[in-house]
Each structure stands twice: as C-alpha cells, then as structure tokens.
Design a protein around this ligand. Structure first.
Ligand code: ADP
Ligand code: MG
Ligand code: MG
Length: 251
C-alpha cells in the first residue's frame, strides 16, 4: 500500500476548478518533486492535503496509508503524520517559538494517546535539531516567526518538521526567498529527515532546490493536471526547455 495515493483529484477554490484530475502515488522512502509554472495549482494541492478551509474537493480520492484522508480533520491529519511546510509561514506574535513547538509536539502526542513530554525532555529533543538547523536560542525565545527573516522562518519550519517526525512531509516552495546559504541549511535539514519510512512531496518552481534535495521522481503540473512524470533528470529537461513546451505537449 502506498503512503499517499491520490486518484483523479478535482478541487475548486471559490467555485473555480483549480485541480483537474490529479493522479499521484508516493511510496515510503520516496521523494517526489512537483514542479510547475505559477498558477498551475501546486499550492492548492498542498492546501487540499492539509485540509485547509475554502478548498473543496469535487471528485477523486486521497488515501494516506489506505485511510481516506479527506474524511480527516486537519488536526487528525497532522496527528496521523502529515506535515506541511508552507510557502508563507504564519507569525504568532504573542507566543514564543519554543512554547509553540512544545504545544505542537504535545498536541500530536495527545492525539496519539501518548504522554506529554516533560520540559527537560522537550529541551533535549529540541536542542540537537535546532543546532543542526542553526536555529539559535534567541530565535527560540522570540515570538513565533515575528521579525524572523525569510530564511529564519523556513529553518524554523523545518525544525518543527524534524520534531514532529512526520510520515509524509509536504514542502511548498520552501526555497522561495532563500539565499544560497539558507537554502543549503534547509536542504540539509530536509535530507536528514530522509528515511525508508518517510515520504516527501517537494513543491518547487525552480530546479535549484532539487540540486540539494535530489528527488526520486519529478512531476510537472500544468493547469491543474500532471502533464509529465519522470526521474530526477526531468527537472533538468524542464529547466532547459521551460514550462511552456511541456504544457503544449500535454494539450
Ligand atoms: P501555484 O502554487 O502553482 O502557483 P496556486 O495553487 O497558488 O498555484 O493557484 C492556482 C490557481 O488558483 C491560480 O490561478 C490562482 O489564481 C487560483 N487561486 C488560488 N487561490 C485562490 C482563491 N482563494 N480564490 C480564487 N482563485 C484562487
Ligand atoms: Mg505561486
Ligand atoms: Mg504556490
């Protein structure tokens, strides 16, 4: 059974059909890249997976380890091990980053019927991961994402992902707005999470990220459909030929 199995997915946003029949299968241990021009529906796919309000699935199915993901509430999806890193991470002004991370982790543990982590256990857990991602103690004490640079926000998202140890990681344009050093840190963080049990969906507009996070499969999205699938070399072909030709191939 695939970790994630999407069949004939159609979805609308505000009565406009954005996803128009997506088929995609992600197995354990696999990294799939989703590429496509602006407006092709990449973020919509991520939001539909997260169960975001306002994104209506009108046809098709999404199964996660065989279970109907579409019947699960967003927090149930998170507890089941689906994690989304968004293109624009939210700021929560009044809440220290550390407090937020601890609450997120304990909410997941609670939903799984596990005991809360004590503060010392949590601190131990967060310390190593934070160091690897160059998330400083100062950042952990500051309110979540408030005044963080683009790179700091993305590193913080990956830290959250590392702590939650999801089975399926969905990264929506985690590379956008990052300089090369931040991109490497984020990519290293993601690569450390590669494991035989974990699947990843890496959404990106540019090929550059995929030089650091090397995918097993690449899919090209155009106007809400997967128009080509292939191996990692497809990303290079895309970079060379541009998206327009791929869309024309599919039409
Ligand atoms: P991508 O992430 O590939 O750039 P999106 O999924 O963000 O694409 O958007 C796909 C299409 O859906 C675009 O044409 C966009 O204008 C439209 N869209 C996205 N959000 C909304 C919304 N809230 N209301 C109406 N149209 C939307
Ligand atoms: Mg976009
Ligand atoms: Mg997008």
């Amino acid at each position: 059974m695939a970790l994630l199995e999407i069949e004939n997915l159609h979805a609308t946003v505000g009565d406009k059909e954005i996803l128009r029949g997506i088929d995609l299968k992600v197995g354990e241990g696999e990294i799939h890249a989703i590429m496509g021009p602006n407006g092709s529906g990449k973020s919509t796919l991520a939001y539909v997976l997260a169960g975001r309000e306002g994104y209506e699935v009108t046809a098709g199915t999404i199964r996660f380890r065989g279970d109907n993901l579409l019947e699960m509430e967003p927090d149930e999806r998170a507890a089941a091990g689906v994690f989304l890193a968004f293109q624009y991470p939210v700021e929560i002004p009044g809440v220290a980053t550390m407090t937020f991370l601890k609450a997120a982790l304990n909410a997941q543990r609670k939903a799984r019927g596990e005991a809360e982590l004590s503060t010392p256990d949590f601190m131990r857990k967060v310390k190593g991961a934070a160091e690897r991602l160059n998330v400083t103690q100062d950042m952990l004490r500051r309110p979540l994402n408030a005044g963080f640079s683009g790179g700091e926000k993305k590193r913080n998202e990956i830290l959250q992902m590392a702590l939650l140890e999801p089975s399926l990681c969905v990264l929506d344009e985690t590379d956008s707005g990052l300089d090369i050093d931040a991109l490497r840190l984020v990519a290293d963080g993601v690569n450390q999470l590669r494991s035989p049990e974990r699947g990843m969906l890496v959404i990106t507009h540019y090929q550059r990220l995929l030089e650091y996070i090397v995918p097993d499969f690449v899919h090209v999205l155009s106007a809400g459909k997967v128009v080509r699938s292939g191996g990692k070399e497809l990303a290079l072909e895309l970079e060379a030929r541009g998206y327009a030709e791929f869309a024309a191939d599919a039409a």
